[in-house]
Design a binder for this molecule. Structure first.
Ligand SMILES: C[S@@+](CC[C@H](N)C(=O)[O-])C[C@H]1O[C@@H](n2cnc3c(N)ncnc32)[C@H](O)[C@@H]1O
Length: 267
């Protein structure tokens, strides 16, 4: 069997055995993740790894975790959050309910960042804000609902919260553990949602879709953007990741609020 055919076999195993659709993602991304797992398990060929996946539930879970890339931070790319601060001040000043969707939200740090910013900034009326966080990964969402984050060798939670004037008002610290307090927590809800196949949600005033598009295969980006567009109000605000962009055939549908920070308004 050629190595290409064996790699296809691995992808089929993924498709059949874990709640993850390999067809959505670009091949170089899938290849990197599978190769990393193979190295970890000392597996020499795709054929051998395919067998391992079939026989070993622990490896199936480990691969699923590796594929869902739920790396995130509180206030990831702080400059973008300064732009969003202005957007939220303006929207809440309009004296109406403001709905925000963080999709994908990974372990919840992005939607909680938004809720904390709203509570922290005296010019944002947090009483008007509702945040939905969604993700395809149940495990990430469990973590999000729990709302507890740990400082580790590679993650400094206190530093991530630097943008807030009063971080301890929003998190309760117990040594290395940080628990999100009820003031920001009550603004946020979580739900499982697949951005490619589950379709649109109620229109939102702000949609954050950051750091997923880079992994998505070109053929599926259209479906993802259809979902985002159908989930935005007529003049809704869309935020993508710092290394991501609106596809060229759709740029006329958005006007930049701050292009360098990837914050756009629907035109
Ligand atoms: C790198 S995280 C991004 C989290 C956050 N937006 C940020 O920028 O820090 C990517 C997330 O996308 C989720 N994901 C992958 N495919 C998805 C899909 N089809 N629909 C919804 N979420 C998906 C993963 O589970 C992961 O939690």
């Amino acid at each position: 069997m050629s190595d290409d055919a064996a790699f296809e076999g691995v992808l089929r195993q993924i498709d059949d055995s874990v709640p993850f659709e390999p067809g959505y993602y670009n091949e170089s991304y899938l290849d990197r993740r599978v190769t990393a797992r193979m190295r970890r398990r000392g597996t020499e060929s795709h054929r051998e790894y395919e067998r391992l996946l079939r026989d070993d539930a622990t490896e199936r879970q480990a691969l699923m975790d590796a594929l869902t890339i739920n790396v995130t931070e509180f206030f990831r790319n702080p400059e973008m959050w300064e732009v969003l601060r202005g957007v939220l001040r303006d929207l809440t000043a309009e004296q109406r309910r403001v709905r925000v969707w963080s999709a994908p939200c990974a372990d919840g740090r992005e939607p909680y960042s938004l809720a904390m910013l709203a509570c922290d900034d005296p010019e944002i009326d947090e009483g008007r804000i509702e945040v939905l966080g969604s993700d395809i990964s149940e495990e990430a969402l469990e973590n999000a609902r729990e709302g507890v984050y740990h400082t580790t060798r590679t993650t400094d939670i206190a530093a991530e919260l630097d943008l807030l004037t009063e971080p301890t008002r929003y998190v309760e610290r117990d040594d290395d553990a940080f628990r999100v307090r009820s003031e920001p927590r009550r603004l946020v809800e979580f739900e499982t949602h697949d951005l490619i196949s589950d379709g649109a949600r109620d229109p939102f005033d702000v949609v954050l879709c950051r750091n997923l598009l880079i992994y998505i295969d070109v053929d599926h980006k259209g479906a993802l953007f259809d979902t985002l567009e159908a989930s935005l109000t007529d003049d809704g605000v869309l935020v993508v990741g710092m290394t991501e962009s609106v596809p060229p055939d759709r740029t006329d549908r958005y006007e930049p609020i701050e292009k360098r920070r990837r914050v756009f308004r629907r035109a």
